[in-house]
Design a protein around this ligand. Structure first.
Ligand code: SF4
Ligand SMILES: [Zn+2]
Length: 270
């Protein structure tokens, strides 16, 4: 995933997964001392939630001697998440879908701004199958095709290499590692998270795993195979979901206008 001499930006939120990822990468790469690491933190602008995690990230980075930089939605998109929530036209525009759209773009912008060749994020196996379930249950088959990295297993996006080193790890394995390594992480939950169906799928899949150990891993393998099949079919049928360039901002998009530009337009016209 990581080549000799590449500069790596690690997305660090202050949660257990990303702090652990930073620690592990630092530990592995320190031995060879051939790769620079920089932590990037996205401040969504959620009062009372993000402030605590920024402190945690800062302390963790100091301990590991890794430089870190904060990028906020406010400076990148002109509004914080709290402001976006006040401006949204209805609850149909969910907090996490707006936030996820902004965060993906913010990480790309942050990685480019720190001159990274690679951006590493801490998505784990649980996140991946939850995303699949969300796409499946919302009827968004096209998005399932986008879940498969192309070319596998690393995604190249606009000159940036994107890696997810924890993708085959269960969330609870990462928690176990974090506790054992004495990593302090943010336990406070985002005040907007109840709007997302993700936590329902999380509970459901954890219950299922208790009854049938290993079932999440089987599901992960199926998700990858299904998303590859959908992707092949999209390519054969020249699906409108194939990547193009956004006519407004010039970023890579699945549509004429990307989801970030659409969301900003929707919020600014309220
Ligand atoms: S729970 Fe949703 S709104 Fe809160 S930080 Fe995560 S994605 Fe953003
Ligand atoms: Zn755009």
């Amino acid at each position: 995933m990581i080549g000799y001499g590449e500069r790596i930006a690690v997305g660090v939120s202050g949660g257990k997964d990303s702090l652990t990822l930073l620690s592990v990468l630092r530990k592995i790469l320190k031995k060879s001392n051939r790769n620079d690491i920089v932590a990037i933190t996205i401040d969504e602008g959620i009062e009372g939630y993000r402030d605590e995690s920024v402190c945690i990230v800062e302390n963790h980075c100091k301990k590991l001697e890794v430089p870190f930089k904060i990028f906020s939605y406010k400076e990148l998109f002109g509004m914080s998440m709290d402001e976006a929530m006040l401006r949204r036209p209805s609850k149909k525009t969910s907090s996490c879908s707006m936030c996820g759209t902004f965060r993906r773009r913010a990480i790309d912008m942050a990685a480019k701004s720190v001159g990274a060749d690679v951006v590493a994020t801490a998505h784990n196996l649980d996140d991946h199958i939850q995303t699949f379930m969300i796409n499946l249950f919302s009827g968004d088959i096209a998005r399932i095709g986008l879940m498969h990295p192309n070319p596998s297993p690393i995604e190249y996006d606009g000159g940036l290499k994107k890696i997810k080193p924890f993708l085959e790890l269960y969330e609870n394995e990462i928690v176990f590692y974090a506790f054992n390594s004495g990593i302090e992480f943010q336990a406070e939950e985002c005040p907007y998270m109840n709007e997302s169906i993700r936590s329902d799928f999380r509970t459901f899949l954890n219950e299922l795993e208790k009854l049938h150990p290993g079932i999440k891993y089987n599901c992960y393998s199926s998700v990858n195979r299904i998303s590859k099949l959908v992707q092949n079919s999209q390519q054969q049928n020249s699906s409108p979901y194939l990547k193009k360039t956004c006519t407004k901002c010039g970023n890579i998009s699945n549509n004429e206008v990307c989801s970030v530009c659409k969301t900003i337009f929707l919020l600014e016209t309220q």
